[in-house]
Ligand binder design. Structure first.
Ligand code: NAD
Length: 404
C-alpha cells in the first residue's frame, strides 16, 4: 500500500503522524511510504531521517497518489481539495464537534477514519488508542506547567533559610489526563486532591496517593463506556457551588473534565476564582473556543486576574512535547492502519465493531451512526460545535459510550 504523511497545518500543531522508526517498520511490512517535506521538522524529525528510514519525500500536490493519508489533526480546505475520492484519511478528526468538516470529507469522497472515535474498551483497540496516549502526555505536561507558573515550591522543603510547605493541588476530572497529572504532581512532592463526577475513579485516585474529594450535592454522572454524561442545569449549579469551597483551599487547580462531543463542563466559576488567593494557578486543559472548565480561560493564553490568579488555557499540550506525542501517535495510527489492511489491501469491514466505530465517511456519504440524523442507538443527533448554549443537556455519546 502507498501511505502518505502530511505536514500538519493546524494552529500550534507540531506533531507528525509517523516517526522514522515506524516508517521503517511499515516499509519492512512491504508498504511504500511518502512523507511531505518538512512534515516532521517541528517534532525534531528531519527529512533525512525519513529518507534513511526508506520514505520518499514528496510535495503537497503528490498526496493524491497515496492509498491512505495519515495526519494527526484535521485537514484544512486546501488539503481536502487535493484529496482523491476513494483515498483513506486517518486523523484525530473530532467529527462530533465539527459537522462541517465531516460533510466536506464526504463530498471529497474519501474514507475518513477518526482515531478519536475508537471504541477504547475493546482490548484489541488499545494499541490504537490515541486519545489515551495524547491525554497521558497532556496530563504530565499540565502538572509541569502548573509547577512552573506557581511562585512557590511543590514539595515540602526544609532548609536553613526556613521551611516551605508543600503545594496543595486539586485535579478536577480523573480520566487518563487527570490521573497522569495527579501522578506527576505527586512525584513533584505536592499534596494532591482530586474529584470526578464518576465516583468509580476514587480507587485509581487513591492508588496514586491523592485524596478523593466527594461532593454531597451531586451524585454519580457516570455514562456508559467509561465516560461521564453531561449534567443537568441543577446538577451543574450545585457542583459549581460546592466545588468553589474546595477550590479556594488549594494553591493549584488542574482541570481536565470532558464530555465527548460537548462543550467542556464549566467547573470553576468567576466567583470561585475571586475567592482564590493571589499567586494561585489554574491549568485548564478543557480550554476551547466554546469555553473551558474555568470561566474566562482562553485556549493558548495565560491570563492573570485582578486578584492575582494565573489561568493557563492549555489546549495543545501534546503538541508541546511533539517528539514524544508523535512517537506514540505513530504507533497508534500505524496499528489501526495495519489492522484495516487485509491481504495487502485497505479494507473497510463494517461488521467489525472497531472499524464501524472509526469510519465516518465513505463513498461520498456520512456513514457513522453518531453523525447521521438518527444518532447512536436511535438517540438525537449531536449538537453543532457552534452551539452557544454553555454545557448543554445530555446528548449522544460516541460509539464507545453508546446509549448514555
Ligand atoms: P474524558 O477526557 O472524556 O474526560 C476526563 C474526565 O472528566 C473523565 O474522567 C470524566 O468523568 C470527567 N468529567 C466529565 N464531566 C465532569 C464534571 N462535570 N465534573 C467532574 N468531572 C467530569 O475521559 P478519558 O480520559 O478519555 O477517559 C474516559 C474513560 O475511558 C475513563 O473511564 C477511562 O478509564 C476509560 N478508558 C478506558 C480504556 C480501556 O478500557 N482500554 C482506555 C482509555 C480510557
Amino acid at each position: 500500500m502507498k501511505v502518505a504523511v502530511v505536514k500538519e497545518t493546524g494552529p500550534a500543531e507540531r506533531r507528525v503522524a509517523l516517526v522514522p522508526e515506524v516508517v521503517a517498520k511499515l516499509r519492512s511490512a512491504g508498504h511504500e511510504i511518502q512523507v511531505e517535506r518538512g512534515a516532521g521538522a517541528s517534532a525534531f524529525f528531519p527529512d533525512e531521517a525519513y529518507s534513511d528510514a526508506g520514505a520518499t519525500l514528496i510535495g503537497p500536490d503528490q498526496l493524491s497518489e497515496a492509498d491512505a493519508i495519515l495526519m494527526v489533526g484535521r485537514p484544512d480546505a486546501s488539503q481536502i481539495g487535493r484529496m482523491r475520492a476513494g483515498q483513506a484519511v486517518f486523523g484525530l478528526l473530532a467529527p462530533l464537534t465539527d459537522p462541517e468538516l465531516v460533510s466536506r470529507l464526504a463530498q471529497a469522497g474519501v474514507t475518513a477514519v477518526s482515531l478519536d472515535l475508537i471504541p477504547r474498551t475493546l482490548p484489541r483497540a488499545q494499541p490504537m488508542d490515541a486519545l489515551s496516549s495524547q491525554a497521558n502526555i497532556a496530563g504530565y505536561k499540565a502538572a509541569l506547567l502548573a509547577a512552573t507558573a506557581f511562585g512557590r515550591f511543590f514539595p515540602l522543603l526544609i532548609t536553613a533559610a526556613g521551611t516551605a510547605r508543600p503545594a496543595k493541588v486539586l485535579v478536577l476530572g480523573t480520566g487518563v489526563a487527570g490521573l497522569q497529572a495527579i501522578g506527576t504532581a505527586r512525584r513533584l512532592g505536592a499534596v494532591v486532591s482530586a474529584y470526578d463526577v464518576r465516583p468509580e475513579t476514587r480507587t485509581e485516585v487513591e492508588s496514586l496517593g491523592a485524596t478523593f474529594v466527594e461532593l454531597t450535592s451531586v451524585g454519580s454522572a457516570s455514562g456508559t463506556g467509561g465516560y461521564a454524561r453531561a449534567l443537568t442545569d441543577a446538577e451543574r449549579a450545585s457542583q459549581q457551588a460546592e466545588l468553589a469551597d474546595h477550590i479556594t483551599k488549594h494553591d493549584v487547580v488542574i482541570t481536565t473534565a470532558q464530555v465527548p462531543g460537548r462543550r467542556p463542563p464549566l467547573l470553576v466559576t468567576s466567583a470561585a476564582l475571586k475567592a482564590m488567593a493571589a499567586g494561585s494557578v489554574l491549568v485548564d486543559m478543557g480550554a476551547s473556543a466554546l469555553g473551558g472548565n474555568v470561566e474566562g480561560s482562553a485556549p493558548g493564553e495565560t491570563i492573570v486576574t485582578d486578584n492575582g490568579v494565573t489561568i493557563i488555557g492549555a489546549d495543545t499540550l501534546p503538541s508541546t512535547m511533539a517528539a514524544a506525542s508523535s512517537a506514540m501517535y505513530a504507533r497508534n495510527v500505524s496499528s489501526l492502519l495495519t489492522y484495516m489492511i487485509k491481504d495487502g489491501a485497505f479494507t473497510v469491514d463494517l461488521d467489525d465493531e472497531l472499524v464501524a466505530g472509526v469510519v465516518i465517511t465513505r463513498d461520498g456519504a456520512v456513514i457513522h451512526p453518531a453523525l447521521t440524523k438518527a444518532g447512536p442507538a436511535g438517540g438525537p443527533a449531536p449538537e453543532p460545535a457552534s452551539s452557544p448554549a454553555p454545557d448543554p443537556a445530555p446528548s449522544p455519546t460516541p460509539p464507545a459510550a453508546n446509549g448514555d
